[in-house]
Design a protein. Structure first.
Length: 226
């Protein structure tokens, strides 16, 4: 297991936001999200202020806005659901651009879109200005259970390994003329996913055995002292 490396979400810079302690940034993110979630949907001015705060932090961090915006694609399922809510929700109708929609659904869709976007923007800003190792150290300082911190650490370290394994499997399938275009190909995809899970599980067992043989007893620091 190699040393901690920069993650693809992290943007290397030397701003005051990058240098801030990770545990303080985590607390700020948690507080911000709680305030946003607790804000009533019809407080539109408050959401404009929240957006201004996030954009201000991004500006101070010197992270290019396009760097953050490209990664907002993770929010796409929430956007689709928010756009559907005015049409599927019940309640008094209203017209928007000549289209009749549910007024409670429209407000609920707006709240979901606004709160989700603010939360994702704030989280991406944290990820862009903090190294994964620093976030883990911050979680330890916030007294998060050690086992959860270690699980997160291993996940960060090996997500690229598993992604590379998946890429090799995809290349192998494509080199044999496979192309998942119809539901008939779903069994092949399911078997590939099963094989990827088994390989990842076996790799995890080998890593765990190697760590135990080097004195690991459930604490990384304890294993290092040995």
């Amino acid at each position: 297991m190699g040393a901690g490396h920069g993650h693809r979400l992290h943007y290397h810079a030397h701003s005051v936001v990058h240098r801030a302690p990770a545990h303080l940034k985590l607390l700020a993110l948690l507080g911000f999200v709680l305030v946003v979630v607790a804000t009533p949907p019809d407080w539109f001015a408050a959401y404009a202020v929240y957006l201004g705060v996030v954009l201000g932090v991004v500006l101070v961090s010197t992270v290019p806005p396009t760097y953050i915006l490209k990664r907002l694609v993770v929010e796409l399922p929430f956007v689709v659901f928010a756009l559907l809510m005015p049409f599927i929700a019940t309640g008094p109708p209203t017209e928007v651009l000549g289209i009749t929609v549910s007024e409670p659904g429209l407000l609920a869709g707006w709240a979901l879109l606004a709160k989700g976007t603010l939360g994702v923007l704030a989280s991406l800003t944290l990820a862009a200005t903090s190294e994964p190792r620093d976030i883990l150290v911050g979680l330890e300082r916030l007294r998060l259970p050690q086992q959860l911190v270690q699980i997160m650490g291993f996940m960060i370290r090996y997500v690229d390994v598993v992604s590379d394994e998946m890429r090799r499997m995809r290349i192998a399938l494509e080199s044999r003329g496979f192309s998942a275009r119809t539901p008939r190909h779903w069994p092949v995809i399911a078997r590939s996913a099963g094989a990827l899970f088994i390989r990842s599980y076996e790799r995890g067992e080998r890593v765990h055995l190697a760590m135990v043989s080097r004195g690991y007893t459930g604490s990384v620091s304890a294993g290092r002292r040995r």
